[in-house]
Design a binder for this molecule. Sequence first.
Ligand code: ADP
Ligand code: MG
Length: 342
Amino acid sequence: MAAERTEIAGLGEFGLIDRIKSSTTIQNLTSLKGIGDDAAVIDIGTENLLVSTDMLLEGIHFDLSYMPLQHLGYKAVAVNVSDIAAMNGKPEQIVIGLAISNRFSLEAVDMLYEGIQAACKNYKVDLVGGDTTSSASGLVISVTVIGRAAKDKTVLRSGAKANDIICVTGDLGAAYIGLQVLEREKEVFQTNPEMQPDLEKYEYLVGRQLKPEARMDVIHELIEKNIPLTSMIDISDGLASELLHLGKSSGLGIKIFEDKIPIDSLTYDTSVEFKIDPTTAALNGGEDYELLFTIKPSDFELLKNHPDIHFIGHTHNNPNQNVMISKIGTVVPIQAQGWKHF
Ligand code: ADP
Ligand code: MG
């Protein structure tokens, strides 16, 4: 009898991670939080150590025909720093795993590291090691980041309580629409190499895709002002799936309001130009690297006038009811996207 074969796609990315998690046992008391948050939390005595890793693959996560190597290096660090930010922590070190084929020159590697060093400088992290190997074809860059958070300030995905206010930083959907612009320009260029890309008008969107920033600025501010957050996650896969992660981890349901989702006007207009619903871009686009967090209703006063924090809804007691109230008042279920890469 032939061995059974199950397609991974049927399980989905999150299903696969859940499966790995359920077959994992923790053997050390110092492993405070394992699989299932933005970073692992490790007890190092007076503080918590945070560890997270993220890998970027050529052809899956980036296309070198429009991704400059400096930006790629910067982004590889920023997306990792973002996961430390999502724990309310501060990043301190990174190690980098690099696989390169002979397609890449020394100059290309220099450019990649220029971006990496720029991000290290900006986020005040030290590059302390890594591993280098050859690759059969594409470029692979894997970054592991190490950070710290105070024991009583470490914020998990699972800490929200019913009726907490759901907050989001910055604006959403721009990175996804920026990617659509880049893909369109690439196609135009491939059909007619004489055509020069027309990106100026879309600079903000393209910048959000090519050079995302981790919101350490917000974290430094929240830590400084001693603002208590009940739960947090960073928005890498799109608002919808991150909301569901927060809700599921906290054992709660989510209710958000479409008209409260922050969308930049250029994102909005360009979405319409691409015949994409701007709300869909914000919910399912991903790669925004903004922060999604919850606060107690009694702490609303502390943040209500913040120019870069938006209040999009609240949590509630029914974990099976995750909904968005649309602009016209209809109730729309929030659905996870995820798994774009499989
Ligand atoms: P994020 O989007 O914040 O990077 P992921 O969705 O990639 O988070 O991962 C969710 C959780 O699953 C994290 O705790 C991560 O460390 C863990 N995880 C992801 N892939 C694996 C894997 N192959 N083996 C073990 N743990 C994993
Ligand atoms: Mg994350």
